[in-house]
Design a protein around this ligand. Sequence first.
Ligand SMILES: Nc1ncnc2c1ncn2[C@@H]1O[C@H](COP(=O)(O)OP(=O)(O)O)[C@@H](O)[C@H]1O
Ligand SMILES: O=C(O)C1=C[C@@H](OP(=O)(O)O)[C@@H](O)[C@H](O)C1
Length: 272
Amino acid sequence: FAPIRSRHALVAHHQQHQSTLTTLQAGGFEWEDPTSEYADPGIENPYKNPSLKSSSENSDDSSSGDLKIDAARLLSPRLKGCNIYLIGLMGSGKSAIGDTLARRMATYNFLDMDSILERAAGMSIPSIFETEGEEAFRHAEATVLDSVHAHIRCVISTGGGVVLRNQNWSKLQTGIVVYLKCSPEVIIQRIEGTDRPLLQTSNPLETLKNIYEERREKYEQADVTVEIGKEMDVSKACEEVVKAVHEFIDENPPAYKTAKMKAQADGLDWVN
Ligand SMILES: Nc1ncnc2c1ncn2[C@@H]1O[C@H](COP(=O)(O)OP(=O)(O)O)[C@@H](O)[C@H]1O
Ligand SMILES: O=C(O)C1=C[C@@H](OP(=O)(O)O)[C@@H](O)[C@H](O)C1
């Protein structure tokens, strides 16, 4: 599939697109959906829902022929379709790392919520902020999350502010939430001069530091935190995410499996 990558492309004729944004906010929008063949609104997170069954937890569908097997590729069968949500400050690398991660996992699709929103609204994010305001944007963002969370086998790059609304957490928690923790000082060097609307101030670093302080607790609600250091390029950061998610799964086996192992250890019969 072709990942959706256009970011913040400026679109003129704001008036013309206002009705599209209203439709989007009402939930009635269409988007280029590369995952439709996997769509399964009934998916639940086996790592968090104790009622879910697990098939062979260590099954590996990646052993065929000349496929290069790496730790990222081995994540897919362990996740059983469960989505990975990347959260973190703007510029922390959610899009870049998410795209790389999905490619390496091979059986996962990459979805970028900001890009989906821009396409569905027919407006760039700066235009939405400028003409409709932040509240309208947050509303649209929540609607996009409602839509994408119904899909499985996705690495999803969220917008930095998705953590702000409590209602969004009920969707994020259907997947494994990975916080890319990166300092404002490192980030600002990468994104200074770009069109992120919240950073159009006289002192973007100070603004980003304030946003970080305001959101810190929310980001820390993630299942997994990965520190993205100054010297860590996208490839290395992706490796660290893979390692951290494997560790999360090791420590949080599906509850069904734990119950089954315990029952067997206790000499009880287990009825599937
Ligand atoms: N670990 C990294 N090392 C170097 N550059 C990075 C890294 N992560 C992201 N970038 C670059 O920083 C910019 C912002 O990254 P992006 O993935 O768009 O962040 P986000 O999606 O979190 O807003 C992009 O130009 C991206 O290529
Ligand atoms: O942090 C935020 O509130 C925002 C982050 C942006 O996404 P990225 O985190 O992908 O830059 C985008 O959703 C919007 O500009 C608001």
